[in-house]
Design a protein around this ligand. Structure first.
Ligand code: NAD
Length: 284
């Protein structure tokens, strides 16, 4: 018999956790969101209210009070045991720090029912890095969303060699049911599909501009016209925000460090962080 997922608990109510909780509830799942403190939960309430406004204005079917009702229907809890007591699926979106993930899964493995599936939204850790902390590697895999889940609706699904195929399939079905397009990976790959493509593109674009070969506008124009893509790499960087690539590149090799310095001097130090601050490579 196939595995049924009805009740979902999201761990961590930050940028991604709040979106995953909202999207799942919007599509009719019974959702609980867990975070570590009352303060974190009150921030979560604020995030859900902001998402309600976005869904009301931008997402088909979000009007007539549906978006507000979705936000109100998400249960918030700071007691991990209570939050996962009846969960069919736990989606983990806690900070990208291995010790925090480890601590979270060790507790979760003890507290969740045996049937509960665990999925990590980690962008940079492989499920193999985490599976031994879960106590149930056969019911564990990665389910990776992109920021702005209502708009950029890929869900990359990646198991380990230990993941039960029926669990994998149940998560593919769940992703589809909440309106995502499931992207199935057959083997573990750092960066999944999307970042395996995107990171080298963004790096190459920054190399061209930092090296003085071509301006960001020329690079973007080339990409748009030459491939038919709607946006060029610098437009994408403005959406991501410039601090994320800076933080990655400042710890990289000599070329990466030079690009980090270029980002800092020309953009970050001038408050040009991307769309979020009204200006990055472009003005908004
Ligand atoms: P965030 O910092 O916005 O949110 C993290 C949340 O976890 C916060 O609400 C924090 O209070 C909570 N938290 C802290 N310690 C915790 C603990 N011990 N147990 C439970 N919750 C705890 O982070 P984010 O950007 O939402 O990223 C979360 C995960 O999602 C990471 O694994 C990241 O790689 C992944 N991810 C992020 C993005 C993105 O664009 N931000 C995209 C895809 C995947």
């Amino acid at each position: 018999m196939s595995i049924q997922i009805r009740r979902v608990t999201v761990l961590g109510t930050g940028v991604l956790g709040s979106q995953i909780a909202f999207q799942s509830a919007f599509r009719g799942f019974d959702v609980t969101a867990y975070d570590i403190s009352a303060d974190a939960l009150s921030a979560a309430r604020g995030r859900l209210d902001k998402l309600a406004a976005i869904y009301r204005d931008q997402v088909p079917g979000g009007g007539d009070g549906k978006a507000e009702a979705t936000a109100a229907g998400i249960a918030l809890n700071s007691d991990l045991g209570e939050a996962v007591r009846d969960a069919d699926l736990v989606i983990e979106a806690v900070p990208e720090v291995l010790t925090i993930k480890r601590d979270t899964y060790e507790k979760l493995g003890e507290l969740a029912p045996e049937r509960t599936i665990f999925a990590t939204n980690s962008s940079t850790l492989l499920p193999s890095d985490i599976k031994d902390f879960t106590g149930r590697p056969d019911r564990f895999l990665a389910l990776h969303f992109a920021n702005q889940v209502w708009h950029f609706n890929t869900a990359e699904i990646m198991g380990t060699a230990d993941t039960d195929p029926a669990v994998y399939q149940a998560v593919v079905d769940f992703a589809t049911a909440i309106g995502m397009v499931p992207i199935e990976l057959h083997r573990e790959k750092a960066g999944y599909v999307l970042n395996s493509l995107l990171v080298p593109l963004l790096d190459a674009a920054m190399n061209l501009a930092e090296g003085g070969f071509a301006d960001p506008e020329a690079v973007d124009k080339t990409w748009r016209i030459g491939t038919g893509a709607p946006a060029g790499p610098f437009q994408i960087l403005d959406i991501i925000g410039l601090t994320t690539p800076y933080n990655i590149m400042v710890n990289g090799d000599a070329t990466s460090k030079r690009i980090a310095e270029w980002l800092k001097e020309n953009y970050i130090d001038k408050g040009k962080l991307g769309i979020a601050t009204g200006e990055g490579f472009y003005k908004y």
